[in-house]
Design a protein around this ligand. Structure first.
Ligand code: GMT
Length: 381
């Protein structure tokens, strides 16, 4: 099967899921074509079954804004035609499902068509998708998709509440390749912490929904009781809040390490004792799953789909969104009890195994087969 994957190339969760999915499909013999504005961050282009097609943007003095969606739909149309793709898979409704719909219309003009799968990832539904500038186009393009998938039960529920959706939504959760966490040479713990220090970690694209200011507040509370360090991985608009916090709390400067974007994330996750995720919204929480795969328990909010991944009292603890005090107390409780911490690390890994690639990839394959089998090709002119 030849599959076109349309996704963001950046470190955001939807791009990571799309890339990991495409690479796993390519390893199984599928021909996978990525269409994006840049090479996706984790894409291994040396795999002979993987193709990358960069969307070309044309500058023109008349354009105040470059019309990316037009360039994208033209590129999708061209790649479907050139490589005879069997199916398109859009990750994140805006603009991918919308541009794919337009490309399909162009194909239909020539008596051709290709089925479109749209995977809803989160903020395309709960945040950006709600803006009046996008809402109707998002609803329209979701309804025009041949198959719709959502990354959690919670996101499915939100989608049905927030939009008028006329089709079934199938839940296929985020996944993790646990083999990536096996037999690796890890970083030395003493690179980041003293032998008696615990390590707290937060990984995100530092957007306001991630509430990095609460990560810092939790750490401020915890370090009063527990000898610990905080590692923050990622870049984003709220990095300024981190810098401001450090200016106001200069005594914490030696206890907080800012690593920016990191390639071998698992190496650092594996050193960590607790992952902090106080998000305001989180359709699934791929970052939490990655932490669990590295045997790191999670202290999180109970936003969106997080409770489907982080199990209260088993793989970590959850509190109401914004309840910094509860999240701080849970972290202190966990880090003060080595037996509890060891048990939760074990439980976290077991939970990550439930979301292993080998369990989730067949669901995607079955969904593709079903989409193709039920798709009606247009009658030839
Ligand atoms: O929130 C991010 O870091 C990026 C965002 C995206 O769509 O790029 O992530 C969303 O998709 C991930 C993969 O499906 C989910 O695991 C995240 O929970 C979700 N983020 C939010 O809902 C805020």
């Amino acid at each position: 099967m030849k599959i076109g994957i349309l996704c963001y190339p950046t470190y955001g969760g939807s791009g990571i899921v799309a890339t990991e999915l495409g690479m796993s499909l390519a390893n199984k013999g599928y021909e996978v074509h990525f269409i994006s504005s840049a090479l996706p961050a984790r894409l291994d282009i040396t795999n002979p079954n993987i193709f990358f097609h960069k969307v070309n943007l044309q500058t023109y003095p008349l354009f105040q804004y470059q019309p990316y969606d037009i360039a994208l739909s033209s590129m999708i149309y061209r790649i479907v035609n050139l490589y005879k793709l069997d199916l398109l898979h859009a990750h994140y409704a805006i603009p991918y499902a919308y541009a794919a719909f337009t490309a399909k219309q162009m194909l239909k003009e020539e008596g051709k068509d290709v089925p479109l799968v749209t995977t809803l990832h989160g903020t395309d539904i709960t945040l950006v998708g709600q803006h009046p500038s996008y809402k109707h186009a998002v609803e329209f393009s979701i309804n025009q998709s041949d198959t719709i998938t959502s990354v959690s039960e919670s996101l499915k529920k939100d989608t049905l509440q927030l939009f008028h959706i006329k089709k079934e939504i199938e839940v296929i959760t985020n996944f993790i390749d646990n083999t990536e966490f096996e037999n690796k040479t890890y970083c030395q713990r003493n690179q980041f912490a003293k032998p008696d220090q615990k390590i707290l970690i937060h990984v995100s694209n530092l957007r306001p929904v991630k509430r990095v200011e609460e990560v810092l507040e939790i750490f401020k509370n915890v370090q009063k009781k527990i000898n610990c360090m905080l590692i923050i991985i990622g870049e984003g608009p709220d990095m300024e809040k981190v810098n401001q916090f450090l200016e106001e709390q200069p005594h914490l400067i030696n206890k907080i390490r800012l690593l920016g974007k990191v390639n071998d994330l698992y190496k650092i996750l594996q050193l960590s004792d607790v992952f902090l995720l106080p998000s305001e919204q989180e359709s699934f929480g791929l970052a939490a799953l990655e932490a669990m795969a590295a045997e790191t328990p999670v202290i999180s909010s109970n936003a969106g789909g997080i409770p489907e991944v982080n199990i209260q009292g088993e793989t970590g603890y959850l509190a109401e969104i914004g309840n910094v005090e509860a999240m701080s107390n849970y972290t202190i409780k966990l880090l003060s009890d080595d037996v509890l911490l060891a048990q939760m690390k074990k439980n976290a890994k077991e939970q990550a195994m439930r979301f292993d690639l080998k369990n989730i990839l067949p669901l995607y394959e079955k969904m593709y087969e079903h989409t193709l089998a039920t798709f009606k090709q247009p009658a030839l002119h």
